[in-house]
Design a protein around this ligand. Sequence first.
Ligand SMILES: C[S@@+](CC[C@H](N)C(=O)[O-])C[C@H]1O[C@@H](n2cnc3c(N)ncnc32)[C@H](O)[C@@H]1O
Length: 269
Amino acid sequence: MERPAWAPEGVDMTQASPARMYDALLGGSHNFEVDRQAAEMAKKLVPDLPRVALSNRAFLRRAVRFLVDSGVRQFLDIGSGIPTAGNVHEIAQELDPQCRVLYADIDPVAVTHARTILSGNDRADAFEADLRKPADLLERAKATGLIDVDQPVGVLLVAVLHLVADEERPGELVSALHDAVPPGSFVAISHLTSATRPEDAAKLGNNAAQQNKIGIHFRSRPDITAFFDAWTLVEPGVVELPQWRPESDRDQHETPGRSLGLAGVGRKD
Ligand SMILES: C[S@@+](CC[C@H](N)C(=O)[O-])C[C@H]1O[C@@H](n2cnc3c(N)ncnc32)[C@H](O)[C@@H]1O
C-alpha cells in the first residue's frame, strides 16, 4: 500500500482514525481504505450517519458566525479535523478578515493537510496537540502568537469530546480551558448523544470499539450539559444539532427529535 503524497510519513495506514473516518463520511479525499471501510460499516448500521456529520458542520458554521457577531476575533479550534468546505477560518475571515484561527488536532493527517491549505494565510495556523493535555496545548497555542489570552477567545470543541473517555475526565479539560481564557470568551461544544436514539448510539459505539479500536462515547443530555457548568449557556441551551439557532432549511440535515448530536454554546462572564 503506497503512501499518498498528502499523508505524512509514519502514519499507520492499517488503522482507521476518527479524523479520516469523518472525512470519508463527509465525502472527503483524505482517508485510506481502512477508513472508508470503517465508515461504510458504520453507515450500514446507521444509514443516516453522513447527515449527522453534515448537521454537525452546519452547527459549527452557525456557532462561528454567532461568536464573530458576539465580538470574538480569535478562535482555538480543538479537534479541528481534516479541512473540508466551510472551515472556521473561511467563515470567520469572511465576516472579518482580521479574525485569527488556530487549529489543533491529534491526527497528523489533519494537521498536515490544514497547514497545506493555510499556507499564505498569516492569520491561521494548525498544530498537533492533545486535548487531554490542556496545559501543554495552551502553552503551545500561546507560543504561536496567534492567540492572545488577554482577549476573548472562541474555544471550539466540536465533535471531539465524545472521543475522550470518562476516565480521562473530559469535564476537567473543559474547565481548564475555561480558566485559561478571559471573560467575554465562549466555548462551542457538539457531542454525540445517547439521548435521542439509544439503540443506534449503542450499535455505533460497540462497532467502533470492536472493529476499529476507537472509543466513541455517546453521552446523555445531563452529561453533555454538565460540560457547561462553569459557563453561562446562551439561548437556546443544549439542544439537538439542527435546533441550535437554525438559519435556513438547508441547515436541516436531520429529522427533529432524531439528531444523534447535541450542541450548545457557553459564555465566560
Ligand atoms: C469527528 S472529528 C471533528 C472535526 C471537526 N471539529 C468537525 O466537527 O467538523 C474529531 C477530531 O478530533 C480529533 N481528536 C480526537 N481526539 C483528540 C484529542 N485528544 N486531542 C485533539 N484532537 C483530537 C480527531 O483527530 C478528529 O480530527
